[in-house]
Design a protein around this ligand. Structure first.
Ligand SMILES: [Ca+2]
Ligand SMILES: [Ca+2]
Length: 73
């Protein structure tokens, strides 16, 4: 759902479009900030190609849900 241009990789522009779409224009100054997106990609981009593959995306979701579980305890 984040792969806006359907090349099976999630890059910075995909994330920016997706965040703008899902969170609306009000979130543009926060969630779609270039620095936030670049940091997000760097954190999950294990092979360093600057894009998030489906495998890396799955890993990101696993990490996100783990963090959520921990904080809700
Ligand atoms: Ca893409
Ligand atoms: Ca990658």
């Amino acid at each position: 759902m984040f792969d806006v241009d359907h090349d099976h990789l999630i890059c910075a522009s995909d994330l920016k479009k997706a965040f703008t779409f899902y969170f609306g224009r009000d979130a543009q100054n926060n969630a779609t900030d270039d620095t936030v997106i670049e940091r997000l990609i760097m954190e999950v981009d294990y092979n360093g190609d600057g894009r998030i593959s489906f495998e890396e995306f799955k890993e990101m979701m696993t990490l996100a849900s783990t963090e959520y579980d921990n904080s809700s305890l």
